[in-house]
Each structure stands twice: as structure tokens, then as C-alpha cells.
Design a protein around this ligand. Structure first.
Ligand code: 5AD
Ligand code: SF4
Length: 490
């Protein structure tokens, strides 16, 4: 785990840049148009990136490629990259150097870089760094087979065009490294929020929503294949809006009939929840500025929409939030948390926090600590500020907080969250939760683990239960990261 990024509670459901190796291991069936080329794909960054790699695997499979179990047996190595912080990029460069050592022995092998770092650096990857043969941005994955042909022919293979329409809507993603129980389904791409610290609007382009029918179809097929949990993914799920494919900015100009028929995020949640009461629905990420009470009421209405919201605050100080261009202030955020607590009484809450943003004073930092205490998050993803080229903050403000101060503040944030997480788990002692079993515990093969509706991990004795079962588990003890209990039989 990188030193400045501490995840409380191990979870593969949030950003974890150290995660890698979503290696495509499909069933043995061969594509009828097999071209003899084998690919290997590795993913870094957020859930969106992992979901995109599943789209890429599907596109390659459709075009006759098959999977290699290891990178050194592949003809094509792909690395799906993240640009959110400098150290995320550094990790990718180190990995590319490793791949290049293999390439020296095997010059016909191609290395391709996908995702946010590809979009940010564009053809610089080919020209300056000379580390790769193919560069593909997040909206150009359909072009990958053609780019491979071009690279094979010794040409420069770059497509970093961003699109206003691409949602890969009808592509059926290949489920990589799946536990067969939970799957991610993309509902929006891109982001229009322009938080001043964030590179995403530049790497993933304008926000667009995916046709709800294709979302419901994908989720239904997953359920029919035995999946029990769907996480709807988007940079800002609350701004999901579908009214027939038009741009969001034109919605106000539509007729009343079109407006009435539009699908907002709360409607989409209901459509997916109705597939089956045995299908759990989760979503990520919520942006406080766009979250509306309709969504909260919908969560409360359906038992299978999980009572868990990841609601990044970034800072507890309104002036910092203003500089971050977050579109919400401290009071507004706390008011929203109050409404969540009222409408969904036992709702899991997690957040993202950045320490040491430009000009952050000690008092402003203290406001973050006090907000964390006030909200009592179950979990927090914490980072120190890393300036990204091209962002609004890079152009407008000086990155003037010394690294040591950023790190010290981060540690203070982590210390508070440790207490919050412990208290959150202690509150659950003696309670009984419905748990969806995800697999065998890493620590002991005699134990299983799963999650409750609040996204808390619960470990319990294996007995005869199986992955994918729902069981009622009474919490008996806990560590700061995990609840430990026993199945209660009906
Ligand atoms: N520096 C540090 N953290 C960042 N994040 C986004 N951009 C930066 C940056 N430049 C964090 C935010 C966001 C999460 C995905 O990553 O907290 O919510
Ligand atoms: Fe995901 Fe953002 Fe990293 Fe892109 S830059 S992979 S959107 S976290």
C-alpha cells in the first residue's frame, strides 16, 4: 500500500491504485475468428478503469484475440492507467519498464497503454518516453484492433479522441477476475464538474449517460448468470440523465413530454432494483452537489438498494471547498448528511479527503478534522494533494503546502478515521445483518466473508454455506477493519 494512501478496510470496491492484474482468464471456448494473438491486460485506478478493461477484453475477443495467463506469454500487453495522482503515474512507468525488458527479448510483442494516463500524455508516450507501441484513450477502445494492426505494420498507433456519445452501451463486458457474485455496470462516462484539483474531466471528457434499457439488460443478464450484486458506476452517478440520447445541457429546451419521460438517477435505481429482490444494488460515486432527496427516498423504499453512500467531502472548510470548486460548502454538506440520517436511519457513509490543498491553513485543516468527527464516517479514503498538469488548480493556485505538512495533516486525518472506523464497528456488536457471501476469508479457509447492506465486511464460520448465498449473521466481535460473527439459522 502506498504510504500516503491508506484504505480503511480492505475493499476492492473503491480506488486502490496498488491493485493490478485484472488478468483476463476466460472460459476455454475459442472465438471462431481467432487470429492467433494473445493479449494480457492489467488495470490500475478506479472501478471505472476496471470496468473499462472488461469492455476492452470483450472488444478484443470479438476480434479474434485470446487471453494469455501471463504477460511474458502474450503478443499484446495492455496496461489500463490512472492519472489522478503523480504516484499513480510513477507506478505505471515502473511497470512499463518491466514490460520493456521482456520486449527486448521478444521485439514482435506490442505494448499498449490505455486509460487516463494515455489520454493525458497522448503521443508523448510514443515520442518522448518510447515505452509503448499503442496509445488509446478511454473513448477509443473500439479502435484497438485496428491500432494493433497499424502498430504491427510499424506505424504510430494513437487514438486519444474523446467523444460526446460513446458509452460502449451494447458491448457485453467480459467479467475479469470476477468472484461471480458482484459485478460493476457503467452508467455514465466522463465528468462535467471541474473540481479544480481533478484531472478526470480532461482524461475522460464530457459527461454522458448510458441508455437505461441497456443498463437494465446487462444487469438482468448478470442476475440470470448467478450474480447477486450490481454496482452502478459513474464519476457522478447523481447527475445521470437520459431523455433519448441528447446532451444534458439541452435538457431544459425539451418539451414537457420529453422532460416527464426522462430517466433520472432515482428512476434508474428503481428500474434496476425491480429486476429481483435477490439482486443487491449499489452505486458509486455520489457527488454531494447533485444528490437529491428522491435518491434517498428510493434507497429507503427498496430493501435491495444498499444503505451505503460514498459521499466525498474533500475538505471540511468552506473556503477550501470554494477553491476546490466543489459546488458545496460545509454547512450544505452537513445538512445533506442530516437528511441521509433521517431518511435512511442506518446508512453506511464513507468519504474521500484531500489534505494540503493550495493555501490550506492550519485552521482550515482543523475544520476537516472536526467535520470528520461530526459525521463519524464508517470509512475514509485519504490522500494528500498532488498537483496535476492542466487542472484549474495548477493554473490558478500555487501548490504551496510543504510535503511534510501535507503528510502530517494526512496522518491526523487517518488517526481520526481510525477512531471513527473502530466506533463504527463497535456500534454493530450484537446486531444481526443479512450478508451476501463473497468468498472464503483470506485468513482462514474455514471462514467465509461477505458484506452487509452498509458495505461492512463480516467474517463468519464456513459451515456448509456457499459463495452467493444470503445468510443472517449476528456480529459478536470486531477488529477495527472487520466484523466477526456467526450465522443465525431461521
Ligand atoms: N490530489 C490528491 N487527491 C486527488 N483526488 C482527486 N484528484 C486528486 C489530486 N490531484 C482524490 C479525491 C477524489 C478521489 C477519487 O481522489 O479525493 O475524490
Ligand atoms: Fe479513474 Fe480518475 Fe484514475 Fe481515471 S484518473 S482511472 S477516472 S481515478
Amino acid at each position: 500500500m502506498p504510504e500516503e494512501e491508506i484504505l480503511f478496510k480492505t475493499t476492492d470496491k473503491q480506488i486502490d491504485e496498488s491493485k493490478q492484474g485484472a488478468v483476463y482468464q476466460p472460459e476455454s471456448s475459442k472465438a471462431s475468428n481467432e487470429n492467433g494473438k494473445r493479449f494480457y491486460i492489467e488495470s490500475y485506478g478506479c472501478q471505472m478503469n476496471f470496468a473499462d478493461s472488461e469492455v476492452v477484453a470483450s472488444i478484443l475477443q470479438e476480434n479474434g484475440f485470446s487471453a494469455a495467463a501471463n504477460y511474458d506469454t502474450a503478443d499484446l500487453i495492455l496496461i489500463n492507467t490512472c492519472a489522478i495522482r503523480e504516484n499513480a503515474e510513477q507506478r505505471v512507468r515502473n511497470r512499463l519498464r518491466q514490460f520493456n525488458r521482456v520486449k527486448r527479448e521478444k521485439p514482435e510483442m506490442l505494448v499498449g497503454v490505455l486509460g487516463c494516463m494515455a489520454e493525458r500524455l497522448k503521443s508523448k508516450f510514443l515520442e518522448q518516453e518510447k515505452l509503448v507501441d499503442i496509445v488509446v484513450g478511454p473513448d477509443a477502445y473500439r479502435d484497438l484492433p485496428k491500432l494493433v494492426e497499424e502498430a504491427d505494420a510499424g506505424q504510430k498507433a494513437v487514438n486519444v479522441l474523446l467523444s460526446r456519445e460513446e458509452t460502449y452501451s451494447e458491448i457485453n463486458p467480459v467479467r475479469l477476475n470476477s468472484n461471480g457474485v458482484s459485478a460493476f455496470v457503467s452508467i455514465t462516462r466522463g465528468c462535467d464538474n471541474m473540481c479544480s484539483f481533478c484531472v478526470v474531466p480532461f482524461t475522460r471528457g464530457r459527461e454522458r449517460s448510458r441508455d437505461p434499457q441497456s443498463i437494465v439488460k446487462e444487469a438482468t443478464e448478470l442476475f440470470e448468470r448467478g450474480f447477486k450484486e450490481i454496482t452502478l458506476l459513474g464519476q457522478n452517478v447523481d447527475s445521470y440523465l437520459w431523455y433519448g440520447g441528447g446532451a444534458k445541457k439541452d435538457f431544459d429546451k425539451q418539451t414537457q413530454d420529453v422532460k416527464d419521460a426522462a430517466v433520472h438517477f432515482a428512476d434508474l435505481l428503481e428500474m434496476v432494483a425491480k429486476i429481483s429482490p435477490k439482486l443487491r444494488v449499489r452505486f458509486s460515486t455520489s457527488n454531494p452537489r447533485d444528490m437529491v432527496d428522491d435518491v434517498l427516498h428510493m434507497i429507503a423504499k427498496y430493501d435491495n438498494i444498499c444503505n451505503y453512500i460514498h459521499l466525498p467531502v474533500q475538505s471540511g472548510n468552506s473556503n477550501v471547498l470554494e477553491r476546490m470548486n466543489r459546488g458545496h460548502n460545509r454547512e450544505w454538506y452537513l445538512d445533506l448528511v442530516g437528511r441521509i440520517r433521517k431518511i435512511i436511519p442506518d446508512c453506511g457513509l464513507s468519504t474521500d479527503i484531500i489534505t494540503g490543498f493550495c493555501d490550506e491553513t492550519e485552521e482550515e485543516h482543523q475544520d476537516t478534522l472536526s467535520l470528520m468527527k461530526e459525521v463519524g464516517y464508517d470509512m475514509a479514503y485519504t490522500f494528500f494533494y498532488s498537483e496535476r498538469p492542466g487542472t484549474m488548480a495548477e493554473r490558478k493556485f500555487e501548490d504551496n503546502i510543504p510535503l511534510a505538512t501535507k503528510k502530517r495533516r494526512l496522518q491526523e486525518v487517518i488517526d481520526i478515521q481510525k477512531i471513527n472506523s473502530e466506533q463504527s464497528n463497535i456500534r454493530e456488536l450484537g446486531k444481526t445483518f443479512e450478508v451476501l457471501i463473497e468468498g472464503v476469508s483470506k485468513k482462514s479457509d474455514q471462514e467465509l466473508y461477505g458484506r452487509n447492506t452498509k458495505n461492512q465486511v463480516i467474517v463468519f464460520p464456513r459451515e456448509d454455506y456457499q459463495k452467493g448465498d444470503y445468510v443472517m449473521v449476528k456480529v459478536e466481535t470486531c477488529t477495527s477493519a472487520t466484523l466477526i460473527g456467526k450465522v443465525i439459522k431461521a
